[in-house]
Ligand binder design. Structure first.
Ligand code: FAD
Length: 292
């Protein structure tokens, strides 16, 4: 379908973009890479009168790695993340998960801020932001506010972002080098949206027991979320083969997957359990293949 008639403006500064957004109210929509917005316009799910393009705001693009963590400008693309020379060591979980987002052309234009604002329940980035306890910096007419991920992501396609605000940065806490982690995803084809995925990480104490485990999933009807039951199960434990089996069963019991044309809910539930088990196995270097 062709796009509806819409005006287009490309501000040069964040202040100009914020002023335009507040002047046009509900008639305006921000556009970053257009990789989610353009299909929404084409399907007439949205019909703004004016598009405010963030492409001129170079200050919103870039990756900063410091002792306090990784900061992604909202306009940072998936390719920027993929190509960054030290992100793989500074935040291996982020780099691995973003490797599953979409296909080449989409990765070239799609942005971190756009993905988070859109908040698709099966997108990788919102789940990562929630799992890692990142912070979202948003700018509005009254200045900036910093929102913890758990308060920002409110559900599928729903965030705490006000209509006159712009995401400017996403801040991931520092990643200790010895941290254990795993990311596993199941999609029909590489680059398709996930049917299920799991991101896990924890540190180890001197006795090789898991400290402060984080387990996040994709595939639940409620969108990006952590599995606190599974985190409680793992906390203070050595990650063994039998604990993986328990974690998998608990993950299945703790999720309410959506049902759609791609898969019934029980299948998705089993898939989520499998992803949690595989991600944990990867984190602990445990092989899941059966001996023949
Ligand atoms: P846009 O489409 O430009 O905007 C999306 C929304 O965010 C709009 O509502 C816009 O107003 C708002 N917005 C944008 N930037 C900001 C900002 N800085 N502040 C506030 N609001 C903002 N994603 C995945 O995660 N995994 C996949 O496997 C995947 N597969 C895809 C396959 C296809 C065929 C397509 C078309 C897309 C796929 N995507 C996937 C989506 C893709 O990752 C997009 O890049 C992502 O959704 C963000 O899009 P964008 O940056 O282009 O934002």
């Amino acid at each position: 379908m062709k796009l509806p008639d819409v005006d287009y403006i490309r501000p040069k500064t964040l202040k100009e973009a914020l002023d335009l957004l507040s002047a046009h109210g509900d008639d305006a929509k921000l556009i970053a890479g257009g990789q989610s917005l353009m299909p929404m316009l084409a399907f007439r799910l949205l019909a703004p009168k004016i598009l405010i393009d963030l492409a001129g705001l170079s200050e919103l693009r870039g990756i900063e790695i410091t002792e306090s963590g990784v900061r992604l400008g909202a306009r940072t693309t998936w390719h920027d993340i993929e190509r960054h020379p030290s992100l793989k060591s500074a935040h291996p979980l982020l780099a691995a998960a973003i490797g599953h987002v979409a296909h080449y052309q989409i990765r070239n234009r799609g942005t971190a801020g756009g993905s988070l604002a859109h908040c698709d329940p099966v997108a990788e980035f919102p789940t990562l932001v929630v799992t890692c306890g990142a912070e979202v910096v948003v700018a509005g007419q009254d200045g900036e506010r910093v929102i913890p991920a758990a308060d920002f992501v409110l559900g599928p396609m729903t965030t705490a972002l006000a209509a006159d605000e712009i995401i400017v940065q996403i801040r991931f806490p520092a990643w200790p080098q010895a941290r254990r982690w795993g990311f596993e995803e199941f999609a029909r084809r590489r680059g398709d949206f996930a049917m299920a995925a799991a991101a896990v990480f924890y540190d180890l104490d001197g006795d090789q027991r898991a400290l402060d485990p984080h387990v996040g999933i994709i595939g639940d009807a409620d969108g990006a979320r952590r599995l606190t039951d599974v985190e409680d199960l793992l906390a203070g434990q050595r990650i063994t083969r039998s604990l993986l089996t328990e974690a998998r069963a608990l993950a299945e019991r703790s999720t309410t997957p959506s049902e759609d044309i791609h898969a019934p809910a029980p299948y998705r539930r089993a898939l989520i359990g499998t992803m949690v088990e595989r991600a944990l196995a990867a984190s602990a270097g445990i092989s899941l293949s059966k001996a023949v």
